[in-house]
Design a protein around this ligand. Structure first.
Ligand SMILES: Nc1ncnc2c1ncn2[C@@H]1O[C@H](COP(=O)(O)OP(=O)(O)O)[C@@H](O)[C@H]1O
Ligand SMILES: [Mg+2]
Length: 423
């Protein structure tokens, strides 16, 4: 019998997860909380419940006995213990429990784990009080990086060129509480140079299986200018990471992380994501996430040849060692179409027109909704992710841009330089 699945979340990542689950012959009906306009073509969306509403989601699962498994995709509900709450009532859930999601939700926990188990990361100190942190800034090397300990919507990291900036930044985090309680503890760490890359892996608590590599573009504007965003585009595989380097990432980062967690008595089930800085032969972990990345998922899952539902099942059951996770030979590029002004102020409710799109193109919805007449309109900063698949990265890039140009809404903004370096 087919199995019904609930996916928690409502962005491009969740659309990609729903899209892949919908292809599984084992999956029946899909529910999504809250979902979005694009997801609603594949899943029954419940936009009245928030992804962060633990009581609401648990009550929904309780009142829908046909739900076989809940997939919790975003960081906040994972950190808050949504999986723990579901399991406590006997429900099946994919994602780490709160004690494992701490790997993302507490940067000091992650750094201490890395130090203890010899996982390469930037040199650092942890402070829980302002005065000693402030003193530390008198003698440290610059630039220096300040990180609020907790989840801060990707805004809790400040790169400070000099002492004056660092003193201001520290005050903002620890005294003015610009990121709330996330800034009660601060990590001050060495500034690293190199290129960034994301290494995601499926994990069942005992076995860790790397996914293919990918690379994000965090800044809003071409040439890595402008403000930091949730991500403006991705490609996979990362052509900058050789097969030998991939093996080292597994041996020196992913496997030791899993072993460290096991030694600490933490069972990590779900997606483990290491954000890396690579400089020549040097690999260092910038941070961990305890979930799929957005928009990395929008280039990774379309390249997955294995049934995603089967992998989720194996992660929950602890049978990942029995599964062959395989990838297609395609390359994927995702260009994010954002509302003009994002990540600052932007308009909502702008009507979107989709042209006739080419084969091998998937438009993942992030911030979309229906208006009263049933038109699809913008409802968020990042609106759509246009993913193209092709035999090479350069072809995938050209196809992604050719199709992105066919989609219009007022004041649309996207980066035009993703993979520009490839001929
Ligand atoms: N030690 C570091 N050296 C240089 N850049 C860094 C360092 N740590 C973080 N960054 C930059 O800041 C970004 C955000 O930091 P990260 O640790 O990934 O936190 P978050 O994603 O939670 O905001 C990274 O993607 C990277 O560009
Ligand atoms: Mg990050």
């Amino acid at each position: 019998m087919k199995k019904n699945v609930l996916v928690v979340g409502g962005g491009g990542r969740e659309h990609a997860i729903v899209y892949s689950l919908a292809k599984s012959p084992e999956v029946g009906k899909i529910y999504c909380i809250p979902g979005n306009a694009g997801i609603s073509r594949l899943a029954e969306c419940h936009g009245n419940i928030k992804a962060t509403d633990l009581d609401g989601v648990v009550a929904f699962v309780r009142s829908h006995p046909d739900i076989y498994m809940t997939v919790v995709a975003p960081d906040d509900p994972l950190a808050a213990g949504m999986v723990d709450r579901l399991e406590a009532e006997g429900f099946r859930a994919f994602g780490p429990r709160a004690n494992a999601a701490r790997l993302e939700a507490s940067k000091s926990f992650a750094k201490d784990l890395m130090k203890k188990y010899g996982i390469p990361t930037a040199a650092y100190e942890v402070f829980t009080e302002y005065a000693p942190a402030r003193d530390y800034l008198d003698n440290c090397a610059y630039p220096v990086v300040l990180k609020a300990d907790g989840l801060a919507l990707g805004k809790g990291v400040l790169i400070c060129e000099d002492k004056a900036q660092a003193v201001d930044g520290l005050k903002e985090i620890m005294l003015d509480k610009a990121f709330g309680n996330a800034g009660n503890t601060v990590v001050i760490e060495e500034f690293l140079r190199g290129f960034e890359c994301s290494a995601l892996a499926f994990c069942d608590g005992k076995t860790i299986v790397p996914m293919t590599t990918s690379q994000d573009h965090k800044r809003a504007l071409d040439g890595d200018k402008g403000l930091n965003t949730g991500g403006m585009g991705t490609f996979s595989p990362s052509y900058k990471v050789s097969a030998a380097m991939e093996k080292r990432i597994y041996d020196e980062v992913l496997l030791p992380t899993l072993k460290g967690l096991i030694a600490e008595g933490v069972e990590f089930k779900g997606v483990l994501y290491a954000g890396l800085m690579i400089n020549g032969d040097d690999i260092k972990v910038l941070e961990y996430n305890a979930r799929f990345g957005d928009p990395e998922t929008q280039v990774i899952l379309p390249r997955l040849a294995t049934d995603l539902f089967e992998i989720f099942e194996a992660c929950v059951d602890g049978t990942l060692d029995k599964i062959n996770v395989e990838w297609t030979g395609d390359s994927a590029v995702c260009v994010v179409l954002a509302s003009g002004g994002y990540p600052e102020k932007y308009a909502k409710g702008k009507k979107i027109t989709f042209g006739a799109l080419d084969d091998g193109v998937i438009v993942y919805h992030a911030g979309t909704a229906f208006d009263e007449e049933g038109n699809i309109v913008t409802s968020g900063g990042r609106v759509l992710g246009v993913t193209a698949l092709a035999p090479t990265l350069a072809e995938a890039r050209d196809k992604a841009y050719a199709n992105a140009r066919k989609i219009t809404f007022e004041n649309v903004h996207y980066r035009t330089d993703i993979l520009k370096e490839l001929v």
